[in-house]
Unconditional design. Structure first.
Lengths: 311, 255
C-alpha cells in the first residue's frame, strides 16, 4: 500500500461510524474488524511461513473462553482478561509449534485440526468450567477509564484499535529479518537452514504470534457478542479465515484485510438480497470465480496491474 | 581453522555410502572432491553440513565438533553450502534472496522488531548496501529486482552462490557449481571461486568438470565406492593409477 492509500484507508476507517446509516451497519463493521484480526493472524502462518493451520478457530476460541471465564468467574476487569486471553492463546500456539516441530504441509494441517477438535470437545464436556453446550451468557462489556464500551460505536473503535495493533505487529515482523526467515521457510527450507535460519525456532515463533493475535480476536468477539459457546470452535470459522486470506492475497499485508471486509460484507449483503439457498449458491460461484481468475488473490492482482501500469 | 573429517561413515539401510572417510580441508585452500557417480561426494557434503546424520566418525572445525549439529547451527559456525540441484528462494527477488542469506548478519530480535527501534532501520540499510555489493561481485547487479525463478539457469546458480556468500562463510562448500553451465559460464565461476578464496574463504567443492577442478584446486580428494582412494595436488591425482582405474573401469586400468 502506498502512503497516500494507507492514509485514505485509515481516515475512512476512523470516520466510518459517521457514514453508516444504522447500528446494524456498525455491527457488520465490527465483525469485519474482528475477522480482520483473525485473517491477519492466519496469514502470518499461511502466507509467510507457508504452513496451513486448519485449527485456527482453536486459538480464537481459547481467547474467547479465557476472557469470558476470567471476567465472569473471577470478575477480572476486561483489560487483564484480554491480556490473559492473548497469552493463553499464544501458549497454545507454542504447544502446537513444538508438537509440529518437524511436521510440514499436510501433517502440520492434521496436528492443527486435531488440536482444535480436542479443545472443542473439552469446551463441550468440561461442564463445571465451561457450562458445556449451553455456553456462557452475560460476558460483561469492556470499560475504559470508567466508561462503558457497550455502545456499538465505542466497540467499533476498540476493535479498530486492536486491528491496527495486529497489523502493526505483522507489518513490523514481516519487514524484518524475522519475516525474511518466515518466508525462507516457505520458499525453501533446506536452503534456509544452510544459511543459518533455525527453521523450527521461527516456525514456533510464527505460531505463537499468530495464535496470540487470534486469541485477541477471540476475546474481542466474546465481549462483543457477550456470549461464548462451543460454537466458537466451529470449523467454519477456520474456513472463513482461510477464504479471507486466500481471496485477499496470502503473503501480503493488505490481503487479509481486503478479504475480511469482502467476506464479512458480502454474506450480509446477500442475506438482504436473496433467500438462503441463493445466498450460498452466489457465495460459492463467487469463490470459484475468484480462485479461477485471481488465483493469487485480490491484492497481488492489483499490485501486478499497478506494476504493469507503471512500467 | 582446519575442517577435519575423520573416519566418516554413512549408511542408508544396509548400503554403505561412506566408509572411514578422512581428510582435512586446509584453511585458505581450494579443495575439490571428485569421483565417479555414486562415489559418495554429495553424501560427504550432506554429512559435513548436518543434512545427514553419520553412522560413525567425527567432523570438526577449528577443533570444535560439528557432528550431530543442525545445518543452521553449522552455518552459524561459518560453514555454508550450496546444493547440487539449483536452490534459491524462487518467488523472491534476487535482492531479497541475498538479504535472506544475510540472516545471521542481522541482529534484530523479536521485541526490538515489535518496538520498531530506529537502530533496526540503520541495520537494514547497511544490509541493503552489502547485498548490492555481493550482487555486483557475482555479476547480477542488473538483475536485482527480478524474481529469482524467472532467471536463466546459469544466473540462478549465481544467485545461489550470492545467497551463500551473504551468510559470510569461513568455509564454503559448493556442490557442482559448474553443473549445466556453458564453457564461458564455467570460466566465470572458476574466476569467482578464486576471488572468494582470495577474500580468505576456504572452499571445498564437488565437481565433475575435470578441467575446472584441475584448474583451480590446491588439493584434490578422489572418492570411489565410499572411500578415499587418493589425495594430493591436481597433477598427482590426474596421473594416479587408482583414480584412472576408478574413472575408466578395471579393464581400462589393465589395458
Amino acid at each position: 500500500m502506498t502512503r497516500a492509500g494507507g492514509f485514505i484507508v485509515a481516515a475512512a476507517a476512523l470516520t466510518l461510524p459517521l457514514w453508516l446509516a444504522s447500528a446494524y451497519h456498525v455491527h457488520v463493521a465490527i465483525m469485519a474488524a474482528i475477522f480482520g484480526v483473525l485473517a491477519l493472524s492466519l496469514n502470518l502462518l499461511l502466507g509467510f511461513t507457508g504452513q496451513l493451520s486448519l485449527g485456527h478457530a482453536a486459538f480464537f476460541g481459547i481467547g474467547a473462553y479465557t476472557s469470558a471465564l476470567l471476567t465472569l468467574k473471577t470478575e477480572w476487569p476486561f483489560w487483564p482478561a484480554l491480556a490473559a486471553a492473548v497469552a493463553l492463546a499464544g501458549a497454545a500456539g507454542w504447544l502446537i509449534g513444538r508438537l509440529a516441530l518437524k511436521l510440514r504441509g499436510a501433517y502440520f494441517v492434521l496436528v492443527t485440526i486435531s488440536f482444535a477438535g480436542v479443545i472443542s470437545l473439552v469446551s463441550v464436556n468440561w461442564i463445571e468450567l465451561t457450562n458445556g453446550p449451553l455456553g456462557l451468557p452475560g460476558v460483561p462489556a469492556p470499560e475504559l477509564f470508567g466508561w462503558s464500551l457497550r455502545s456499538k460505536t465505542a466497540y467499533y473503535y476498540l476493535v479498530l484499535a486492536a486491528l491496527a495493533l495486529s497489523y502493526l505487529v505483522c507489518a513490523r515482523l514481516v519487514r524484518s529479518r524475522i519475516g525474511r526467515a518466515f518466508v525462507a521457510l516457505r520458499e525453501n527450507e533446506a536452503l534456509a537452514e544452510s544459511i543459518g535460519v533455525d527453521v523450527t525456532h521461527y516456525l514456533v515463533l510464527a505460531t505463537v504470534v499468530s495464535a496470540a493475535i487470534a486469541g485477541l480476536g477471540g476475546s474481542l468477539y466474546a465481549h462483543y457478542t457477550r456470549f461464548v459457546s462451543p460454537e466458537v470452535f466451529l470449523f467454519s470459522y477456520t474456513v472463513t479465515m482461510v477464504i479471507m486470506v486466500v481471496a485477499g492475497g496470502k503473503g501480503t499485508l493488505a490481503g487479509p484485510l481486503v478479504g475480511a471486509v469482502l467476506f464479512t460484507v458480502l454474506p450480509e449483503t446477500l442475506r438482504a438480497a436473496a433467500s438462503w439457498q441463493w445466498q450460498m449458491l452466489a457465495y460459492g460461484v463467487l469463490l470459484v470465480l475468484l480462485v479461477f481468475f485471481l488465483p493469487r488473490g485480490i491484492v497481488p492482482a492489483l499490485q501486478a496491474l499497478r506494476g504493469r501500469g507503471a512500467s | 581453522m582446519t575442517l577435519a573429517v575423520r573416519d566418516l561413515a554413512v549408511r542408508f539401510g544396509g548400503v554403505t555410502a561412506l566408509e572411514a572417510v578422512s581428510f582435512d580441508v586446509r584453511p585458505g585452500s581450494i579443495t575439490s572432491v571428485i569421483g565417479p557417480n555414486g562415489a559418495g561426494k554429495t553424501t560427504a557434503f550432506n554429512a559435513i553440513t548436518g543434512y545427514l546424520r553419520p553412522a560413525g566418525g567425527r567432523i570438526t572445525y577449528d577443533g570444535v565438533s560439528l557432528t550431530g549439529l543442525r545445518p543452521s547451527a553449522i552455518a552459524r559456525r561459518g560453514i555454508v553450502r550450496t546444493f547440487q540441484r539449483t536452490s534459491v528462494f524462487p518467488a523472491l527477488s534476487v535482492e531479497d534472496n541475498v538479504l535472506t542469506g544475510m540472516h545471521l548478519r542481522g541482529t534484530a530480535g523479536f521485541l526490538e522488531v515489535l518496538a520498531g527501534r530506529r537502530r533496526l532501520a540503520v541495520e537494514e540499510k547497511g544490509l541493503g548496501t552489502e547485498a548490492a555489493a555481493i550482487l555486483a561481485f557475482v555479476g547480477l547487479a542488473h538483475r536485482r529486482r527480478e524474481v529469482a525463478s524467472a532467471l536463466p539457469y546459469g544466473e540462478q546458480r549465481l544467485v545461489e552462490l550470492a545467497v551463500a556468500l551473504a551468510a559470510r562463510p569461513r568455509v564454503l562448500l559448493l556442490d557442482e557449481p559448474g553443473a549445466g553451465m556453458t564453457g564461458a559460464e564455467k570460466t566465470a565461476v572458476s574466476g569467482l571461486i578464486r576471488k572468494i578464496r582470495e577474500q580468505g574463504v576456504t572452499v571445498l567443492l564437488v565437481e565433475h568438470d575435470m578441467r575446472m577442478v584441475m584448474g583451480i584446486s590446491d588439493t584434490v580428494i578422489a572418492l570411489n565406492g565410499g572411500r578415499v582412494i587418493a589425495e594430493g595436488p591436481p597433477a598427482a591425482i590426474q596421473s594416479h593409477p587408482d583414480v584412472i582405474r576408478a574413472y575408466l573401469g578395471a579393464s581400462g586400468g589393465a589395458a
